[in-house]
Design a protein around this ligand. Structure first.
Ligand SMILES: [Zn+2]
Length: 261
């Protein structure tokens, strides 16, 4: 069966009938994740989410297309760990800008980028590309879409290779998870209160945190928690895609017609 929501499967004959209104693509990374998760964790969970939300939204709109997830991300601060692959943000931005120019050339004006790696930051790109091209670009972090549910679903609110990521892995690709090999994620905090509190920021070199490239405890992860989180965020993202596909682009899009007092 051909998945018409997948750009790698749909054919030209179908595309000549109709060009989809919304394109979806993922950004991710190949990097070490403690000792128990695969190097492709971010690519695998992002690609699964991108495909699932595209299919869900396509079933309601017949006007969504998903592109292959970009597998590489910004990882210069994890390079002390084996076979972590680093691609500069400027390279990612350049590649994304050219992909989006191609989509715009073919008449797709609404694009959603789903990011599944904490080291990528597309805020400046989205700001710039909307000024340069006649398109509307939206983006989200997989970890933030369901942030208001974290405390409800998970026991600890955590970070790299912890309960959330491990739970998603157990739900999506349990055969690649080796929890018995996991370290507990204990790490060196910052020595400055300003950095710990977050009102002064820096970039963390992960090999200064500990020796295993995880900074959160994965021991409470379960497939059920992962499924709950994925179901929740995929519903949220696909609801947004359905709204987006149906919305008309006018002078104030994506803002509401009325000024609110
Ligand atoms: Zn990750």
């Amino acid at each position: 069966m051909i998945n018409e929501w997948d750009i790698t499967q749909i054919n030209q004959a179908k595309l000549k009938e109709q060009i989809p209104k919304v394109a979806v693509l993922g950004a991710s990374a190949i990097e070490a994740h403690n000792y128990h998760l695969p190097e492709g964790q971010d690519f695998l969970h992002t690609d699964a989410i991108v495909k699932r939300v595209s299919q869900m939204a396509w079933e309601k709109t017949k006007s969504v297309i998903c592109l292959p997830t970009i597998p590489y991300g910004v990882d210069c601060n994890l390079m002390d760990f084996p076979l972590t692959i680093h691609v500069k943000q400027t390279t990612l931005d350049l590649m994304l800008a050219e992909i989006i120019e191609s989509l715009a050339h073919h008449g797709i004006k609404k694009i959603l980028l789903i990011n599944g790696h904490g080291g990528n930051d597309f805020t400046p790109l989205v700001r710039q590309i909307q000024s340069d091209l006649d398109i509307f670009m939206f983006w989200c972090h997989v970890y933030e879409v369901g942030q208001d549910k974290h405390r409800e679903i998970f026991d600890v609110v955590d970070d790299h290779a912890g309960e959330l990521e491990t739970s998603m892995a157990l739900a999506l690709f349990p055969e690649l998870v080796q929890l018995d090999q996991a370290n507990n994620g204990a790490f060196r905090p910052f020595q400055f209160e300003a950095l710990e509190k977050g009102w002064i920021k820096t970039s963390r070199k992960f090999s200064s945190l500990n020796d295993h490239c995880g900074n959160a405890d994965p021991s409470l992860a379960t497939a059920e928690k992962g499924k709950k989180y994925l179901d929740f965020i995929c519903q949220r993202i696909s609801d947004f895609l359905i709204e987006l596909a149906g919305a008309n682009i006018n002078d104030h899009f994506p803002h509401a017609p009325q000024i609110k007092h």
